[in-house]
Write a protein that binds this ligand. Structure first.
Ligand code: FAD
Ligand code: FAD
Ligand code: FAD
Length: 325
């Protein structure tokens, strides 16, 4: 059932078997499995997540390579709802462990927000990450290309950059190292720092590879119809490129978990076992938020495993059903 501020009051006494934070690739996969195990689950999705901006899904078996993320989200949410999952559009602010159950505090609506607390036995953290984009004066100019020909994921889209002139956009010197991996796909790489100055050692390494470096701030991305033709810098330079890779780090959607001391982190990623269980036995993590490869295939498989492990625990703790007249 779809929940909203109109009907949520009826669900405040429900103890869900699992609350899934994030209705993206991993979360919806988990919800489909949980619902089909007959468990009571609720997916909470804030909107505007990473997979929504995925304009095509290149490498997922059985899907056309031009399938946009938003289609998978719509289809997956409908499938989860049809099998019996609940779904709420809201932002999860905090999760606290009350021993037997979790209190999941949500905020509904960005304006005139309303706050509620929902309860569950298990939590699946499926809230992912979002890529940091260059902050230009006109963000629409960035959005016109990011996710189209200006990529954020080399594993996803390196193939689509093959032997093209490419820019690499970074915000820290260490991020330049991606150029020495991207060169598997194309050697025609220009590095743009958008204003910061690079050390002599890195400058020399780039010279050795023949990769031009531009340290001037970026004014705008050039092109049309989401197809890049180059990048204009503040000093008037135009760097020709038909594609690019943004490698400026990620924002991790993990703040709501920061109060839970049993969790173990690798940087901002959660550490899990091979069933997606974190070091808190009732919290699971799937997809980009956990340590590992940031891919749809991985997130979807993670959701299956986490849901199945939760079912095992709940099933083993419950009375067997007997055939009684
Ligand atoms: P997501 O799908 O991002 O789902 C997390 C969800 O949690 C989001 O919908 C978000 O809104 C929600 N959320 C976050 N915080 C909260 C909160 N506090 N409360 C409620 N909800 C919250 N992968 C591929 O395999 N192939 C590709 O071709 C490919 N191309 C890509 C292209 C682009 C432009 C981008 C950005 C990514 C691409 N990826 C691709 C990567 C892929 O999108 C991710 O690996 C995948 O979506 C991870 O799944 P996830 O469930 O971990 O996260
Ligand atoms: P969030 O950081 O998710 O939320 C900010 C705050 O708003 C939260 O802390 C919470 O208090 C509140 N909040 C959020 N959701 C809810 C909710 N459902 N209920 C109550 N409160 C809530 N953005 C565009 O606008 N257009 C684009 O074309 C575009 N293209 C992109 C392409 C790529 C490749 C990438 C990686 C990103 C793109 N973005 C685009 C996304 C943009 O960069 C932001 O990351 C994204 O919009 C963040 O979502 P948000 O504004 O909801 O902020
Ligand atoms: P397969 O997809 O079986 O691929 C292995 C291939 O290797 C086969 O095509 C076989 O012919 C070939 N092969 C074997 N030996 C050799 C050899 N020596 N030389 C050359 N080729 C060889 N899973 C779900 O997730 N959801 C479902 O709803 C679902 N329903 C199912 C319903 C049925 C009736 C069946 C039978 C299975 C179902 N499954 C379902 C399970 C799913 O089919 C398997 O988990 C999945 O196919 C495993 O993938 P795989 O690549 O390991 O094996």
């Amino acid at each position: 059932m779809k929940l909203s501020s109109a009907n949520i009051e009826n669900h405040l006494d429900t103890v869900y078997d699992a609350i899934v934070v994030g209705g993206g690739m991993g979360g919806l996969s988990a919800a489909i499995y949980l619902a089909r195990y007959g468990l009571k689950c609720l997916v909470i999705e804030k909107g505007r997540g990473r997979s929504l901006w995925m304009q095509d899904t290149r490498n997922y078996l059985g899907l056309d390579p031009d399938t946009p993320g938003r289609n998978i989200l719509t289809h997956g949410a409908k499938q989860a709802l049809d099998w019996g999952a609940d779904y709420l559009r809201a932002f999860v602010e905090e999760v606290t462990d009350d021993g037997e159950t979790f209190a999941v505090k949500v905020k509904i609506g960005k304006k005139d927000s309303k706050y509620y607390t929902l309860r569950s036995k298990y939590v699946i953290a499926a809230s992912g990450v979002i890529d940091v984009l260059p902050e230009l004066e006109n963000m629409q100019n960035v959005y016109d290309y990011a996710g189209y020909t200006l990529h954020v994921c080399m594993i996803c889209d390196g193939f689509d950059m093959w032997d093209q002139k490419a820019v690499v956009m970074v915000s820290r010197e260490s991020q330049i190292n991606v150029a020495f991996v991207l060169n598997w796909f194309t050697p025609y790489i220009s590095v743009l720092t958008n204003g910061f100055t690079v050390s002599d050692a890195m400058k020399q390494k780039l010279v050795d590879h023949g990769y031009p470096l531009y340290e001037a701030p970026i004014t705008q991305i050039l092109g049309e119809n989401h197809k890049m033709s180059g990048v204009e810098l503040q000093d008037g330079t135009v760097v020709e490129a038909t594609t690019g890779l943004i490698n400026m780090g990620s924002i991790y959607h993990n703040h709501y978990l920061k109060g839970i001391k049993e969790l173990t982190w690798d940087g901002e990623n959660l550490i899990t076992n091979n069933m997606g269980q974190t070091t808190h036995e009732r919290i699971f993590a799937v997809g980009d938020l956990k340590q590992g490869l940031n891919q749809v295939t991985v997130a979807v498989a993670d959701g299956t495993l986490a849901a199945t492990q939760i079912w095992r625990y709940i099933r083993r703790a419950s009375q067997p059903r007997k055939w009684e007249e």
